[in-house]
Write a protein that binds this ligand. Structure first.
Ligand SMILES: [Ca+2]
Ligand SMILES: [Ca+2]
Length: 148
């Protein structure tokens, strides 16, 4: 594949480890520190945007203080939908869509070449390229979850 494909081979990119350290620090120190609005949103949080119900929509991930999207490259290789829906608390059937099924997002594309195994706790735990991408928002991933 393209040369940048090798850059994701490390399963724990530094930005991810830093995020985990910052997150655990903020959890420990949270009660004594002044809170900002965005401090309530943990690194790696997900939301579903622009779907017909709250349980489906374009997948957006919170990273580096900003919501961004997920590229559809390789998204069908693993069970990314199951990971997304489980992270959001849905336990039923999960479907994934590429090509901006719920419309294109805006802002950063935080994750490319996402290849979940389906057992990850959070989408950001799935192997992926977090340092570069070759996508645009016409490739934004969408997911449909269901409660049962
Ligand atoms: Ca693509
Ligand atoms: Ca790609």
């Amino acid at each position: 594949m393209e040369s940048h494909e090798t850059s994701y081979s490390h399963p724990w990119p530094l930005s991810h480890i830093m995020g985990a350290v910052l997150l655990s620090g903020s959890l420990l120190l949270g009660p004594v520190l002044p809170t900002r609005a965005e401090a309530d949103t943990p690194e790696g949080a997900l939301r579903l945007q622009d779907g017909p119900t709250a349980a489906e929509g374009r997948v957006e991930v919170y990273r580096n203080g900003q919501w961004g999207t997920v590229c559809d490259d390789y998204i069908n290789v693993g069970d990314a939908a199951a990971v997304v829906c489980r992270q959001l608390g849905y336990t039923g059937e999960a479907k994934v869509f590429g090509e901006a099924h719920y419309g294109p997002g805006s802002g950063p594309i935080w994750m490319d070449d996402v290849r979940c195994t389906g057992t990850e706790t959070r989408l950001v735990d799935c192997p992926h390229n977090s340092t570069s991408h070759n996508c645009d928002h016409s490739e934004d991933v969408g997911v449909a979850c269901s409660a049962q």
